[in-house]
Design a protein around this ligand. Sequence first.
Ligand SMILES: [Mn+2]
Length: 507
Amino acid sequence: MLKRILTIAPSKCFAFRGHGLKLPQKAKCAFQRDLRLALSPQEPTHFDCANNLRLYEWSFWTSLLHLFPTPFFDGRNVPTCRTHAKLEFKKGEVTLTSLKFIHSADLHLDSPFKGKNNFPEALKEQLRASTFEAYDRLIQKAILHHVDFVLLVGDLFNEEVRSLKAQVKLREGFERLKQHGIHVYVSYGNHDYMAGTHYPISYPENVHIFNEETVRSLPFQRENNVIAQIYGFSYEQRAVTNKMVQQFVKSEKAPFHIAMLHGSLETQTEHDVYAPFSMSELYKAQMDYWALGHIHKRQELSVHPPVIYPGNIQGRSHKEYGEKGCYLVEWKDERFHCKFLPLHSFTYERLEVDCNHVGHPQELELVFEEAKRSIASTSPMLLRLTLTSSEGKLSKWESEGLIEDWMELVNERETLEEAWVWIDETVIKDIPDWDEEELKKSNYFAGEFLRNIEEVEDEEFSQYVNPLYSHRRASKWLDELTSEERKEVMQSAKELVLQQIITRGSE
Ligand SMILES: [Mn+2]
């Protein structure tokens, strides 16, 4: 981690050792008095005994700036060592270099929202428009906050064959940014890797693209001064398994060094691990900000320096629940302030409702309506509702189709205006109050069933589900099951069968 330390010589001279800070003679007394006052309550962070120096944290040094405005710190007087790289000199004044940008990744423009055939056309329309609307909000936010630039860290498009609509919409946004003097830095990821590009559209000149699978740096300039070096690379093929992090080496002098990396922590193996890195490798590179992409869940992995996954800008399944958006990053008071800005058109949400008090299936209407009311917020949502009970009623009603019926009836009433709530899925957790462990040990049929189901191997599992996955039409709409989902399928199969065995008294 970068440690910004100011060196101050022993009290008698107050010169900034080695940097030749010479104060105007007439101001020297006042300056020495004020500096002594400012220093007296402060304990130095370190002592450098060999050179008789007191060392102060950089944050302390900046806190002095307001005490000593011009004329003390003008361009000639301010030291120019590494620790002062982030000072900008203008007409004899010292101001910290300002920088403001938006960090976004995984736009997945034109995501198709598969498997929603039973949705009304108006709702399907809203889902299909959502990634574009979120992108539109991204552009609006960049303009509203007067940012210097926007970073887009991979997976701008959902498919390697970039949809024409997505490319054109993207360009339109870039052109709006251009009108406001805002630059864009783009790198491509595993979904929009370069070899897959078809009918590429050219973008305006405010857009800077990392178009190699080697880390390069591009300067961001303001009035002919380089303010930041931005580092990045793009995927040439679908997978990058190399450790790209080692190529991120600070080059050229600049107040800020910002790295764009579409990849995964080597320990995060629940997603495809691409361009793997460890936190210590990131720290070692001494970048001021790590703009990550690839993982769709928002994560702040480090504060100093910020290492952030902004997540995607619009959720596209129940795995991508909650608010989605980008980060507004601003350099202020000698550090980056990172603020999440929501951009989604709607969210995926989950809610669990206890149904032990429900005695009759007619009451489900109220359960659904009440669930919708309780979770409704300012933005629309697709809801996964989990109903729990321990009495076997829910499982029974589910097998009779009653849960599905009520869900549909309640959804039909949804006007889909403003902050709508659409119940997308109902999960039944009817956890029986029998003791599974006891049952397993027993000689009953249920015991034998439980012992058998535990021995189902992955291969056997595949045999059962393969007909569905190789079905010509069904397979188009199905994603491969994750190991988590396999477990869920097994669990509900087990509950379903157990329910049947026990409640029908077939023992
Ligand atoms: Mn992605």
